[in-house]
Design a protein around this ligand. Structure first.
Ligand SMILES: [Zn+2]
Length: 313
């Protein structure tokens, strides 16, 4: 999350409505890339299943079958050469599918550069729509990189699911509720007890709830209740941001969000800053805001379903 600091000055100079994920991420995208071998870390989670993490953008996943592999999210365009190197360090097999967990640029910014290296880009129908129309991703999308295979319904309350068969594994691409955005997709692999949660899970920090594309705190809780109802105890859960965790981390995240929701409901009309000042953070040790990107006050504005207010208001 350190990398978000780069964009802090830019974000601070913009009106509150401009606290758009893409704006901050665009600033990041302009950063010169570190040498690939230092940037991408490949973490083996199970047989044929890997997390690929870097200090920039969202976590990624790699699933390797007998004939081909699947990439979950592709981060930024300038990091694609290093990403391909990281994939080649694991397998020479072709990447058949690239799954986008949602439309934000720190997860789809690599789509265009990856088009030559993958066969099909897959997303929820709303994620494709947002990628084509929201600021910053839309400009890039005109040149390519839009998903070709979409599933789910425009109504984010409708559950959507698509299954990819990869060797002996099934990859369940599931949209359950509008949490981070209204086009969220999680990728579960029951045979390996691994879940790539995308940004419906921020491990150890306040989540960015993109209210501008339908994200809601209630949707976060609905998603977590759904996951906790069936995930085995020893599951590995890869968040969109933060370290790889397990079911206990999801339980902790749910407790934190439920407390935030209760706090918002008990203090109607209060500003994000007021809500942040009176929230019992000590009850959630280890939880932080996202420095330079999402303050506690901004988080509480989003939790209340509003756009963040400028500092000092
Ligand atoms: Zn996101």
């Amino acid at each position: 999350m350190r990398t978000y600091i780069l964009a802090a000055a830019l974000a601070a100079a913009l009106p509150p409505s401009a606290l758009a994920h893409e704006r901050v991420l665009l600033a990041q995208a302009g950063k010169p890339a570190a040498p690939p071998d230092k940037l991408h870390k490949v973490e083996k989670l199970a047989d044929g299943v890997y997390a690929i993490v870097t200090g920039r953008g969202g976590n990624m996943g790699l699933v390797v079958g007998e004939k081909f592999c699947v990439l979950v999210d592709g981060q930024f365009e300038d990091l694609v050469p290093g990403l391909l190197e990281a994939i080649r360090s694991v397998t020479p097999k072709p990447v058949k599918y690239l799954v986008n967990t949602h439309h934000h640029g720190d997860h789809t910014g690599g789509n265009r550069a990856l088009e030559a290296h993958v066969q099909v880009i897959v997303s929820h129908v709303n994620a494709r729509k947002h990628q084509a129309t929201t600021p910053f991703t839309a400009e890039a999308a005109k040149k390519g990189g839009l998903p070709e295979l979409v599933f789910g319904e425009a109504d984010p309350a409708a559950r959507g699911m698509l299954t990819l068969h990869v060797g002996d594994m099934e990859l369940h691409l599931v949209h359950q509720a509008a949490a981070h955005t209204d086009g969220d997709v999680m990728v579960g692999i029951p045979q390996r007890r691994v879940l790539f949660a995308g940004d419906v899970f921020f491990n150890g920090m306040t989540p960015f709830i993109d209210t501008s594309t339908g994200g809601t705190l209630a949707g976060y809780l609905a998603n977590l209740d759904f996951l906790l109802s069936f995930l085995p105890e020893d599951s590995k859960v890869v968040p969109g941001h933060g370290p790889v965790g397990g079911k206990a981390d999801l339980v902790r995240f749910r407790a934190f969000l439920a407390a935030a929701q209760k706090h918002v409901a008990a203090n109607p009309g209060k500003s994000g800053a007021d809500l942040a000042a009176t929230f019992d953070r000590k009850a959630f040790p280890g939880y932080t805001d996202i420095p330079g990107f999402l303050s506690w006050a901004a988080f509480f504005d989003l939790a209340a379903g509003r756009m963040p207010q400028p500092p000092g208001k």
